[in-house]
Design a protein around this ligand. Sequence first.
Ligand code: PLP
Length: 394
Amino acid sequence: MKPSNIIEIESKHTSGLYKKQPFVIVRGEAALLFDMEGNSYLDCTSGHGVANLGHAHPKIAEALAKQSTKLITLFETFPNDQRAMLMSKITSLVPDLERVFFCNSGTEAVEAALKFSRLSTGRSGIIASMRGFHGRTMGALSATWNKHYREAFEPLVPEYSHVPFNNIDRLDGAVTDQTAAVLLEVVQGEGGIYLANPEYLEAARRFCTERGTLLIFDEIQTGFCRTGKMFAFQHYDITPDMICVAKSLAGGVPIGAVLIGPSVQGFSVGLHGSTFGGNPLACAAANAALQVMEDEDLARQAEEKGEYLMDKLNELNTPIIREIRGLGLMIGIELKQKVAPFMKALQDRRILALNAGLSIIRLLPPLVITYEQIDMLVDALSDVLVPGQHENAG
Ligand SMILES: *Cc1c(COP(=O)(O)O)cnc(C)c1O
């Protein structure tokens, strides 16, 4: 099949929910994606943060191949070697959170954590943040801020409210004896790369503990070394009651999980569950992925490369940049104008990046991106963003 045939088929049968790009990607290797003609693209999206290990990591391929000849599916009532190994590995990453619930995506992890918070507290109120993103199923969507994702699907789940991120007084006023959970991203991703202030997270922890409310961190985008630590909250001096993870946990294979602390109670058999959750194939991939994170010290790579990239970006001399924010290899470049033409100009240079809202370029490259590739990225950004050259942006 030719690329034009493939694009035609996808255009004909698409749900209509996705904006389709004009090229067909068939292969990936580390930070590069390749189209059918063999052109390479520098992937600074990582599939929204899924490909932290890089594309088609050989250790993930090997784990999948091996496990798929042994056992692919198994309901969680039956213990399994791969699942047990993953349970002990993943819970060892956060000493206080000893239990784990497995599912298959980020939104399912958030959905589960929200249900667990209502179950455990007997309360119904959920507090999330303005600009926050937590997924698309009804419960997670109710915690998501962006009107564009919400409005067409209202009425959403009742008793959710949103407070301004990093505003301690407003959070103080919002958390009551009716609040089951406060749900937060430590670094807001989709919302535009905004970092939580340490005092804010400390206050959130304090209010929750004082008032019997559970604190949930959504580490779906920030987790697994992205920000320079295994989890972004580890840059701070607090521990939440639950952590939602997904995206990069299994090196690109679908998986989600909730890490659960001792304050979360009320579980009994059958109250919640997932058919595919904890299947041996995804668990084997996750075990391999966690091993790669350790062997290749991906957290350190993210930290060092993030600093290198940030320094270079700060040297870009252009009045159209309003602010550059980031942690590790999770970086936002906020412009004083709309980003769309610049995204297009980057893509013409075969650099794939994400926007966040109308005015922010979001960079989430695989953590295995090379320094040469970072230099290429910076050169392309300089071409596109620095005046005198930005007529190239079209
Ligand atoms: C991607 C994302 C989700 C949703 O994950 P899905 O796997 O797409 O359901 C939730 N929260 C955050 C912070 C995310 O980045």
